[in-house]
Design a protein around this ligand. Structure first.
Ligand code: NAD
Length: 322
């Protein structure tokens, strides 16, 4: 077994997944698909009984879409479903905790994992909003603990937020990033612990406004989903929100902020939010965008975005509307 002070995660390692709900089952697929031996721990007997069938169905679907490099059975054979926590983690190099989102439960579970898992194993939580500082600060092995928050399901949504606490070791972070990358995920390092991390804070900003708009009778629930599905979301599957406004405005994002900043500030103030896009902040954002895309390549990138959207729109026409 390779310890987290090694240079990078090994090709094949021993992974324990704790909690066999939606995320645990999906993570078991991610790691087994990458060739790792997975021990999936689920304490609830009825749930445990159903997991093999769920895994088989998901893997058959992935295979049907040509998304597996080998037969579903070969991947399934790498996953052992176990009732006991100590059996699950006995020889693990990496533990992915996927138990319910409750602080007290995660605190107890990480104390147990710290006691049961080999000293070199990295212990990660799939927590959606609870930070490692909240569940691990008092534990002796806290340097090997952090959050790895996936999109749902991680075997389809590659981004995974890696959220260390100030006490998490660099070695544990590097090992985790290597392991996730090797498993086909896209780890994004979150530089400060904030509740909800980045994924859910962005989602939360949109959802909070959506709730307000429905409450105030501006739009129906169905039409909010339509505007995101056929508008914002369609574009965001090709480029993110910063690049969107950068490419939507001649002169790039600085020009967008100048034209639209005051209107967005009024919209925020209506909701009690006072976070203006100050000149310093706009300069910081614009400088990062200009490093990623010099303005002399702006038109070329707009054409690229349109071609990516054409490909996506064609896919939606042939596949989704069939
Ligand atoms: N569902 C999502 O969209 C999503 C996305 C990203 C992260 N997460 C996070 O992943 C974690 C798991 O979420 P989920 O949606 O899979 O939950 P879930 O309720 O579907 O599954 C949790 C599983 O953990 C089991 N469990 C309960 N107590 C346990 C214990 N002490 N030890 C081990 N297993 C235990 C339960 O029996 C259940 O099968 C949560 O922290 C959640 O916030 C969820």
């Amino acid at each position: 077994m390779t310890a987290p002070d090694s240079d990078s995660a090994p090709q094949r390692t021993s992974v324990a997944v704790i909690g066999g709900g939606s995320i645990g089952v999906a993570f078991a697929i991610v790691f087994a698909r990458a060739g790792h031996a997975v021990r999936l721990n689920e304490p609830d007997a009825a749930r445990r009984q159903s997991i093999a069938q769920i895994l088989q169905a998901r893997l058959d679907d992935l295979s049907g879409y040509g998304l597996l490099d080998e037969p579903a059975g070969a991947i399934l054979s790498r996953i052992a479903i176990v009732a006991s926590l100590s059996d699950a983690v006995a020889d693990a190099a990496y533990v992915q905790e996927c138990a319910p989102e409750q602080l007290a439960l995660k605190q107890t579970l990480f104390a147990e994992l710290d006691r049961l898992a080999p000293a070199g194993a990295v212990l990660a939580s799939a927590s959606s909003a609870i930070t490692a500082s909240a569940f691990a600060a008092d534990l002796p092995g806290r340097a090997r603990m952090l959050v790895v928050h996936p999109g749902n399901p991680p075997f389809l949504i590659p981004v995974a937020e890696v959220v260390p606490a100030p006490f998490t070791s660099e070695a544990a972070i590097a090992f985790t990033q290597d392991l996730l990358t090797g498993a086909g995920l896209t780890p994004v390092l979150v530089r400060k612990e904030v509740e909800g991390f980045v994924f859910n804070r962005l989602q939360g900003a949109l959802l909070r406004e959506a709730y307000c708009l429905v409450r105030d009778g501006v739009v129906s629930v169905e039409d909010v989903d339509r505007i995101v599905r056929d508008g914002l979301g369609l574009r965001w599957s090709v480029i993110g929100p910063f690049e969107t406004v950068d490419l939507n405005t001649q002169g790039g994002i600085a020009s967008h902020a100048q034209k639209m900043g005051p209107a967005y500030q009024r919209m925020g103030a209506e909701r009690g939010q006072n976070d203006p896009w100050t000149p310093d902040l706009v300069e910081k954002v614009a400088a990062q965008r200009r490093t990623l895309l010099p303005l002399d390549r702006w038109a070329e990138r707009v054409a690229w975005r349109d071609r990516r959207l054409m490909s996506l729109v064609r896919h939606r026409k042939t596949e989704l509307e069939a």
